[in-house]
Design a protein around this ligand. Structure first.
Ligand SMILES: N[C@@H](CCC[C@H](N)C(=O)O)C(=O)O
Length: 281
């Protein structure tokens, strides 16, 4: 069997996009997704994203497998890539610049802007320990500046769910963090029953943060959209940053706003097509 795919990236966070509009189940298994994501023996990507038919009145459904085959609830850079992919698939028949996408994190709305960027209504962040989930605090409490022992050190962490779990810690120098040694110790820490994504943030100015990320199910990536949103929320909750900020990641910058009006998060960034192909499974 040969799978047709299109490769996209959002700031170097790269994905294999599959047109799955004729079926409500992904056309490949999580094990096959691991094979496709392999950078030596496959196509190479941080994840595989499926464009499925919409549910409950939405235009489409997004499902995603991480490069380890696990299925996350949401992907910020991925949903911008999905919006660009859908626009390409629909081409002439496209009626709107906005899509309502059903995800495991709820309905998410990306909008294609005239300058080529994609702006996404990422919804309302969830802050209670039970929603992350984490056992760091009682289920009905927010997890703000809580001590967490990892790799022989105590880190002050703040946890935010953007549908998927994030553990954020603020550091003096983000470049000095030995991410490849400690990232997986955060991901698999017993206080996170569904594992976690982890963001290390250096505040350059209240409206400019520098971030490095270890992603659940993918390891070090060049960018993480949900992680950038969660980090801005953590910065606001801990009094470190403004409600609108640029987040600089190794792959480039995202603009994030946590609206005071509707409490929703808005993320703006690029989505670029790289190549198309067929992969024999
Ligand atoms: N890179 C993504 C997040 C993808 C999912 C994540 N690895 C998880 O398991 O939660 C983004 O841009 O948000």
């Amino acid at each position: 069997m040969a799978i047709e795919f299109t490769k996209y990236h959002g700031l170097g966070n790269d994905f294999i996009l599959i047109d799955n509009r004729s079926s409500s189940q992904p056309v490949i298994t999580p094990e096959q997704a691991v094979q496709l994501c392999d950078r030596h023996f496959g196509i190479g990507a941080d994840g595989v994203i499926f464009a499925l038919p919409g549910k409950n009145g939405t235009d489409y459904t997004m499902r995603i497998f991480n490069s380890d085959g696990s299925e996350p609830e949401m992907c910020g850079n991925g949903i911008r890539c999905l919006a660009a992919f859908l626009a390409e698939l629909e081409s002439e028949s496209r009626q709107s610049n906005q899509y309502r996408i059903h995800t495991l994190a709820g309905v998410i709305t990306p909008e294609l802007m005239t300058d080529g960027q994609v702006k996404v209504d990422m919804g309302i962040p969830r802050l209670l320990a039970g929603e992350i989930p984490t056992s760091l605090c009682p289920a009905d409490q927010k997890v703000i500046n809580q001590p967490l022992e990892v790799a022989g050190k105590t880190w002050d962490v703040t946890c935010v769910s953007m549908g998927n779990p994030h553990c954020i810690t603020f550091v003096e120098d983000v470049v000095a963090i030995p991410l490849d040694n400690i990232g997986s110790q955060f991901e698999y820490h017993p206080v996170f029953p569904q594992r976690t994504n982890t963001e290390f943030i250096q505040v350059i100015r209240p409206d400019y943060l520098k971030m490095r990320v270890w992603e659940r199910g993918a390891g070090i990536t060049l960018a993480c959209g949900t992680g950038a949103c969660a980090s801005l929320v953590a910065g606001v909750l801990t009094g470190r940053c403004d409600r609108t900020a640029t987040i600089e990641l190794p792959g480039g910058c995202l603009q994030i706003t946590w609206s005071e009006v509707d409490q929703r998060i808005y993320m703006t960034g690029p989505a670029k097509q790289v190549f198309q192909g067929k992969y024999g499974i």
